[in-house]
Design a protein around this ligand. Structure first.
Ligand code: FES
Length: 87
């Protein structure tokens, strides 16, 4: 479990094992587009303001992954206890 805060929506929630960031964004009433939901298409991309993503996708390239500034919310998780997203 880790915590995700949505900076622009002023929302904070937990993401438990077995649920995705995308699921929890929607469960908290924020619209988020998606397509493949397998980390391949790029539709569910969010900008990371704070925290360290645990990238599980095949969409971002290695440089983008290392920079830690983008995350695919359908598959990726967090290495840090908390992520803050620009949503
Ligand atoms: Fe395709 Fe997340 S919906 S990468």
């Amino acid at each position: 479990t880790f915590e995700v805060a949505l900076a622009r929506s002023c929302l904070t929630f937990q993401v438990p094992a077995g649920r995705t960031i995308l699921d929890m964004i929607r469960e908290n009433g924020v619209d988020m587009p998606s397509s493949c939901e397998q980390g391949a298409c790029g539709t569910c991309l969010a900008t990371v303001i704070e925290g360290e993503p645990d990238h599980q996708d095949v969409y971002l390239n290695d440089t983008e992954k290392r920079s830690g500034t983008k995350i695919m919310t359908c598959v990726s998780r967090a290495r840090s206890a908390r992520l803050v997203l620009d949503l």
